[in-house]
Design a protein around this ligand. Sequence first.
Ligand SMILES: [Zn+2]
Length: 45
Amino acid sequence: MLMKISEFFKNLPRKKCTDCGKEIEEQHECYGNKCNDCLGATLYR
Ligand SMILES: [Zn+2]
């Protein structure tokens, strides 16, 4: 049985922000495990 890569990603669990615990809907791997809000906050540090 072959498994499509798209199917594989569909089955992945949703990420949660490590800072606020909010679910991350669409994030790139390079951003780690933070939501847009926390990512924006870190920019001002
Ligand atoms: Zn967050």
